[in-house]
Design a protein around this ligand. Structure first.
Ligand code: SF4
Ligand code: SF4
Length: 106
């Protein structure tokens, strides 16, 4: 599972890769595992360009990603018995939380 995430103010986020062992996606596609890191300042976030997000697979460390398990409660095409079976997902950000941008309504 390749999980790219734009929520760079989350404690589990490292260079747009998610370092959590398990991620929980809620019925409304919000990432429930999001944990705000107050040490990651807005100033740093603003320096990070969209281009950097696009090249994240090369610079991020995805070594654990095969084992990453995504539990999901959303009614999505990729949801198989409460687990995400997509090859990869992208978590996008709204004001406070992250949400699954790979969601496709079932
Ligand atoms: S918001 Fe969710 S997917 Fe993104 S880094 Fe945090 S825990 Fe992982
Ligand atoms: S792609 Fe679908 S099943 Fe997978 S985490 Fe996102 S909403 Fe859940």
């Amino acid at each position: 599972m390749d999980l790219r995430c734009q929520k760079t103010d989350c404690k589990h986020n490292n260079c747009y890769a998610c370092k959590a062992k398990e991620v929980h996606i809620a019925k409304n596609t919000d990432c429930k595992t999001f944990d705000k890191d107050f040490e990651k300042t807005t100033g740093i976030l603003q320096d990070v360009s969209r281009d950097m997000f696009e090249v994240a697979p090369e610079i991020g460390n995805f070594s654990h990603s095969d084992k990453l398990c995504v539990d999901c409660k959303a009614k999505c095409l990729f949801n198989k018995m409460g687990k995400c079976n997509a090859n990869g997902i992208t978590v996008l950000q709204n004001n406070e939380k992250g949400f699954c941008g790979t969601f496709i309504e079932e």
